[in-house]
Design a protein around this ligand. Structure first.
Ligand SMILES: C[S@@+](CC[C@H](N)C(=O)[O-])C[C@H]1O[C@@H](n2cnc3c(N)ncnc32)[C@H](O)[C@@H]1O
Length: 344
């Protein structure tokens, strides 16, 4: 494991363990130990030891269902963490960057270019966004945090680091640490109560005049064909039965406003066709991405739909055909907010 960092001293406003206990189970011993693999300062351990350690860690923290690997640390989050999922996240990153014409919408490009600013990417997954940003802005510093280690533990630019940590345990950073806090596609991970706590924690660790940007999907297929409708309803049913509000995106601006410490709150929205009906290169990629997301959700959705693997595969094939036939599309959103000075 990498260097340990001590748990942060919680500020009055940070998320406390006891306040989470209604919605999240207690963290395991392992989750409480946050492992920081950052800025190329991992201690030297021999390759054999490190591989053994890694294997024990994988066995203790993951399970295999239908040939897909799932993490067990956030039990609500039922999307796999295997190579197939890593490829999907990479493809999705490229697609979102193309659709949105950039990695972020907050007005911080000049500051990032000038350098010396700190950026946090929570639920960073494979760390693709963190790495892309770190390469583009070599004189600013980037930290990606995820509950599982899908991010690279070596081969990263010197201004990028990663931390394995459950962000529901309260961000392990002092108040006003980051100039920019970014998070993308955590719609399947948190209850509404947890979103409220997290957004307040993002606010806490953001510096005055710094920006928070959350990018989300509203878990909706527009103009769905009959199979797409069944799949989309099943995703919503699955999330709801796990205590997750699939429509959280419509609540985010209000949750931001309710912190009483964020201003310039904006919602940006983009529409992306699924399939080739608008004859854009993104349409085919987006259809592939949503089909891959539905494939990642197969274990959960099969149970909701009462179908077997073969029937589910057939549904996905139909879903792909329906894209252009019904002129289906999706929406993605960016929520921006600036931290203002705090007056009690
Ligand atoms: C759909 S992926 C998105 C990854 C990345 N943000 C991106 O856009 O490529 C969601 C990520 O959230 C992580 N996650 C879920 N619950 C978490 C938690 N409680 N703390 C930290 N990360 C979490 C998952 O492990 C997964 O990597």
């Amino acid at each position: 494991m990498g260097n340990r960092i001590s748990r942060h001293k919680k500020s009055k406003s940070s998320t406390s363990q006891s306040s989470l206990s209604n919605t999240a189970r207690l963290p395991t011993k392992r989750e409480n130990k946050s492992s920081l693999s950052s800025f190329n300062d991992r201690p030297s351990i021999t390759r054999g030891e490190s591989e053994r350690e890694k294997l024990v860690e994988v066995l203790q923290t993951s399970r295999v269902i239908d040939g897909r690997v799932f993490q067990m640390a956030n039990e609500r989050y039922l999307i796999p963490c295997d190579d197939q999922e890593k490829n999907r996240l990479q493809m999705q990153h490229d697609l979102m960057k193309e659709i949105w014409k950039g990695n972020f919408s907050s007005p911080i490009h000049e500051k990032l270019k000038k350098g010396g600013i700190r950026v946090l990417d929570t639920g960073c997954g494979t760390g693709t966004w963190t790495l892309d940003m770190a390469n583009k802005y070599p004189v600013s510093t980037f930290l990606g945090v995820d509950i599982i280690e899908m991010f690279p533990t070596n081969m990263r630019p010197p201004n990028a680091g990663f931390l394995q940590y459950n962000i529901l345990n309260g961000l392990p950073f002092p108040n006003e640490t980051f100039d920019f806090v970014y998070q993308r596609f955590l719609w399947a991970a948190f209850t509404q109560k947890q979103w409220i706590q997290l957004i307040d924690d993002f606010r806490r660790v953001t510096k005055t005049d710094g920006w928070i940007e959350l990018m989300e999907f509203d878990v909706e297929i527009y103009n769905p064909g009959p199979i797409a409708k069944k799949l989309s309803d099943a995703v919503q049913k699955h999330l709801t039965s796990n205590g997750i509000n699939p429509k959280i995106r419509s609540r985010i601006p209000k949750i931001m406003a309710n912190t009483n410490n964020l201003e310039s709150i904006q919602t940006l929205e983009t529409i992306t066709p699924l399939g080739n009906w608008r004859q854009t290169p993104q349409g085919i990629k987006a259809l592939k991405d949503i089909a891959a997301t539905l494939k990642s959700l197969q274990v959960a959705l099969k149970a909701v739909l009462g179908v077997d693997n073969y029937e589910y595969k057939e549904m996905l094939e139909q879903f792909i055909i329906e894209g252009s036939k019904y002129r289906m599309y999706i929406k993605t959103f960016r929520f921006l907010a600036r931290k203002q000075e705090y007056f009690d």
